[in-house]
Ligand binder design. Structure first.
Ligand SMILES: [Zn+2]
Length: 580
């Protein structure tokens, strides 16, 4: 009896603490079949398939329309409040009306292209505020190659909020956060549904972001439950604003009212051998190769060290946690750090002030906009271009072997597809490639090294007959030496140079352990040049590369030191430079 009572209470406790999403399914079963690769591609083929990557890139450049993006923002503005728990019955107000409108837009684009988009909701149950049932809005463009049904997701959260996260009546137009992202997703669905891709592309407007990433967690969880392969996730959250607020989470914003309309930040998890950072590097590379040369306003694509801004998160994270390559696009400048609990907070994010703009000449028309439609169009093109190349390009190779001989680096690629053309990316000091090498008509290459006596990371991508790269392979570490002598094999633990260095807001400090590890207490200690401690970061030590992300925030410049301590014993110290 006692035991049963205990079990009953244990079960009760579990059910009350597990705030999980259940009953996750597509309202249109055809979507499930497409994402599993169980369909006939002919059913969704265009009458005249257009699949030339250069043509598609040029179309993204010319056809993404700032006015079309603006029209979406105006439409979303009218729903008054898109809180996840807001009205689902009204035709004019609340999240229900908003998601119905998004679905109707997807259907409209599909009808323009001979029903090539398959649309519906990804529905799930969980309690958010008082609402128990929720829906992500989905449009799927089926790929023509079902032998690899892995798909590319372009997502943005549709829900908005005010100061009180469950306020379903306040003005919560959420224009910058995140009608901008939804407008981007819709515009890409409109344009990309004209073209034919090898891989399936999924356009999604997510719900439940503001209360804890519920909609994206439901999607990522469903993909794992149903064994649905996902090649890449591009999350768009706050992608249209160009004006700094007074507060903003680092790293962002040089100061109030600063304008930046030519930079976008790519946030992703991890350092060495991160598929998420590799995806960010791919996005930047494809932009620089395919779009930047023809862009009227060239963009700076910045690969950030951290997964998100300090203390914040987004809908790429649940996908990353489930093992899918995922990253986030965010504007260079943000209007606020979203910490509306701070009594002195008066920026726009997560308040009723996140509106489209203001009427400066009192003619009852908004004439000064907080979202820059041209900037948003440029970010849409970067997304669409990356998704295009990932959906058309070849499979990734792997690196079979890599080594140094004096001034030269040898790389041998393993590629069952036999493309015999590869790009080898070498990372020295940054999150990006510092040097690219090309291998042609072979699976191996020898390259002159730009540096000696450093630790470099190497990865490779296949290049197909169209000149389009695959996503990049896993990274390999190469420990270069200044002489032709092999590195001292006696070194069991080596502190590596931080990357990026110099850096602006955060950096990744790593050390290499060349032996099996029993339980040991390791930490990285950061000090200024006088030896004053700034931070200690504990590390759960493992064999191979160990990494910690150090985020120092703003307003520190100069040279600092970082030391590796194991079992309270100093192992090594190196210098790093803060540049902002
Ligand atoms: Zn957001």
């Amino acid at each position: 009896m006692e035991k049963n009572a205990f079990l009953f209470f244990a079960a009760l406790l579990l059910s009350s603490i597990s705030n999980g999403q259940t009953n996750i399914h597509f309202t249109n079963p055809a979507i499930y079949n497409i994402l599993k690769g169980n369909y006939n591609p002919q059913d969704y083929m265009a009458a005249y398939p257009v699949d030339d990557p250069y043509f598609i890139a040029s179309q993204l450049n010319s056809e993404i329309n700032p006015d079309s993006l603006k029209a979406t923002l105006l439409a979303l503005q009218a729903f008054h409040n898109r809180n996840t728990a807001s009205d689902t019955v009204s035709e004019t107000n609340g999240i229900g009306a908003a998601r119905k409108w998004v679905l109707s837009q997807f259907d409209r684009y599909s009808n323009q292209q001979g029903a090539r988009l398959v649309t519906g909701y990804l529905q799930f149950d969980t309690v958010i505020c008082t609402m128990t049932r929720h829906k992500n809005v989905v449009a799927v463009l089926p790929g023509r190659n079902i032998s690899d049904p892995s798909s590319i997701i372009i997502e943005a959260h549709l829900d908005s909020r005010c100061k009180d996260n469950c306020d379903i009546d306040c003005l919560a137009q959420g224009m910058e956060d995140n009608a901008s992202g939804v407008a981007l997703v819709l515009e890409l669905a409109r344009i990309m549904s004209r073209f034919t891709f090898n891989h399936t592309i999924i356009f999604v407007a997510i719900t439940g972001e503001e209360q804890g990433l519920d909609g994206s967690t439901a999607f990522a969880k469903y993909a794992v439950q149903q064994n649905i392969p996902i090649k890449a996730v591009l999350n768009n959250d706050i992608v249209g604003g160009i004006i700094c607020g007074e507060t903003s989470s680092p790293p962002s914003c040089p100061g109030l009212n600063n304008i930046d309309s030519t930079q976008v930040r790519l946030f992703s998890f991890g350092g060495f051998n991160s598929s998420h950072k590799a995806l960010s590097r791919f996005i930047k590379l494809e932009y620089n190769e395919m779009l930047r040369p023809q862009a009227n306003v060239p963009m700076t694509v910045s690969i950030m060290s951290a997964e998100d801004r300090t203390g914040r998160g987004g809908d790429h994270i649940p996908f990353r946690e489930k093992g899918f390559a995922a990253m986030r696009f965010t504007s260079a400048n943000e209007h606020g750090n979203a910490n509306v609990a701070d009594s002195t907070y008066h920026d726009r994010q997560h308040t009723s002030a996140d509106i489209l703009g203001v009427d400066t000449n009192s003619d009852a028309e908004i004439d000064s906009f907080f979202v820059d439609f041209d900037y948003l169009a440029r970010n849409a093109a970067i997304n669409g271009n990356a998704a295009t190349m990932a959906a058309l390009g070849p499979k990734s190779p792997s690196i079979l072997s890599v080594g140094q001989d004096g001034d030269f680096l040898y790389v041998q690629v393993d590629d069952p597809q036999d493309y015999n053309h590869y790009v080898v990316g070498l990372r020295v000091n940054t999150n990006d490639f510092d040097t690219l090498y090309y291998i042609t008509d072979s699976k191996s290459g020898v390259f002159k090294l730009p540096h000696r006596n450093v630790n470099i990371f190497i990865s490779a991508a296949s290049i197909d007959s169209n000149g389009i790269e695959s996503l990049f392979s896993d990274e390999k570490l190469v420990r270069l030496t200044a002489t032709n002598e092999p590195q001292d094999p006696g070194e069991k633990i080596e502190l590596l140079q931080n990357k990026p260095n110099p850096f602006d807001e955060s950096t990744i400090i790593s050390f290499l352990v060349n032996e099996p590890v029993s339980v040991q207490h390791a930490k990285i200690r950061i000090t200024d040049s006088r030896g004053v401690m700034i931070k200690e970061i504990p590390v759960a030590m493992k064999e191979g590369i160990n990494e910690v992300l150090f985020n120092h925030g703003y307003n520190m410049t100069g040279t600092y030191l970082y030391s590796l301590w194991i079992n309270e014993k100093l192992i090594a110290t190196k210098k790093m430079v803060f540049a902002n």
